[in-house]
Design a protein around this ligand. Structure first.
Ligand SMILES: Nc1ncnc2c1ncn2[C@@H]1O[C@H](COP(=O)(O)OP(=O)(O)O)[C@@H](O)[C@H]1O
Ligand SMILES: [Mg+2]
Length: 321
């Protein structure tokens, strides 16, 4: 298995802002690396450097075996990147735009046509594919842009929040296309704000914060690293959420998180004995609960623990991008 993307001690500063503070990444061919991190953590900066759109301040990186600084033109022949076809021709239909890109990539007329139609169908905008692209809504332009980056079946694909703003059906269509490319050997670097997307697609996950990789591994490894389990209490009345959180904090010594939309209070729980204590205590203070469960941590819990702790210490992130 060859290494498609490799970064070593990569840094990038913008004035006083250290957007990347020495990251190492490795993405083998035929795999997906999910780059997760809060706003401003350096995800887009990393993608732009690897895609040769921005030089690093220091460190080195190679893509498809080519150095991103010294061999940028060669790197560009092996990568696909969303956003680069933002200037599609509004007076062509979606299909025609994709065909044109295919022709520019040296596909034959019929290959270009076939690929264009295939991508339009897979991304679920078959009808719009026959309309002029200047009539597209933002979401439709987004999909055309995604399709454009896929025309050349790139060996290395950079997807910077590819499904943000897409409806669930298009998102699932996008995932299917990504899986198909990966099965063909494409390496994918995917940044996402959807933890479920990383869980679904990524072979490995790197969590960025303040320009550094603060955790890396498979989704399961990251979940295991949290250790133990998570205790969840759902209240009947949203009014009780804060009181439940206070009781759980007192019993566990940990800071619970509250999700008001689902009326859930969550806290790390190493100990099953705790469950009985919680039930007893909530009963004593007269809080009625809808349900209570001990379960394995989710990627959400990993995130809360990794990123939430710094937030709780009130350490400012670099300005949000
Ligand atoms: N062109 C730029 N000029 C100045 N600061 C930048 C520029 N691009 C990114 N930054 C800063 O670098 C940090 C990382 O940004 P970015 O890579 O966009 O993060 P993310 O994609 O994770 O939200 C942020 O503090 C952002 O404000
Ligand atoms: Mg970004």
């Amino acid at each position: 298995m060859s290494i498609a993307i490799q970064a070593q001690a990569l840094t990038r500063s913008f004035g006083d802002t250290r957007a990347l503070d020495g990251i190492d990444l490795e993405v083998p061919s035929g795999t997906v690396l999910g780059l997760l991190g809060p706003n401003g953590s350096g995800k887009t900066t990393a993608v732009r450097i690897l895609a040769t759109l921005l030089p690093p301040s220091s460190g080195r990186a190679s893509v498809g075996g080519f150095d991103v600084v010294r061999q940028a033109p060669q790197v560009r022949t092996v990568i696909g990147l969303t956003g680069q076809y933002a200037a599609v021709d509004g007076n062509l239909t979606g299909v025609e735009n994709l065909e044109l890109i295919g022709r520019l990539l040296d596909l034959s007329r019929s290959q270009a046509r076939h690929r264009a139609v295939e991508l339009i169908e897979r991304l679920d905008f078959a009808d719009a594919g026959r309309r002029l692209s200047k009539t597209y809504s933002g979401g439709m332009r987004r999909r055309l842009d995604l399709a454009a980056s896929l025309v050349g079946r790139p060996r290395v694909l950079f997807l910077d929040e590819p499904t943000t703003g897409l409806d669930p059906r298009s998102r699932i269509g996008m995932w299917a296309i990504i899986r198909e490319l990966v099965a063909d050997g494409t390496a994918v670097l995917l940044t996402t704000q959807y933890l479920e997307e990383a869980d679904q697609l990524a072979d490995e996950i790197a969590v960025l914060d303040l320009g550094r990789v603060i955790a890396a591994g498979t989704s399961d490894e990251l979940k295991r690293r949290i250790g133990g389990q998570v205790l969840e209490v759902r209240t009947v009345d949203p009014v009780d959420l804060d009181a439940v959180a206070a009781e759980l904090a007192a019993l566990t010594g940990d800071a619970p998180s509250i999700d008001r939309a689902t009326r859930l209070v969550k806290v790390p729980a190493q100990d099953t004995v705790l469950v009985a204590a919680v039930v007893r205590r909530l009963d004593e203070v007269g809080i009625v609960i809808a349900d209570l469960a001990l379960r394995r941590p989710s990627l959400d819990d990993v995130f809360l623990q990794l990123i939430g702790r710094r937030a709780a210490m009130n350490e400012p992130a670099t300005s949000a991008a």
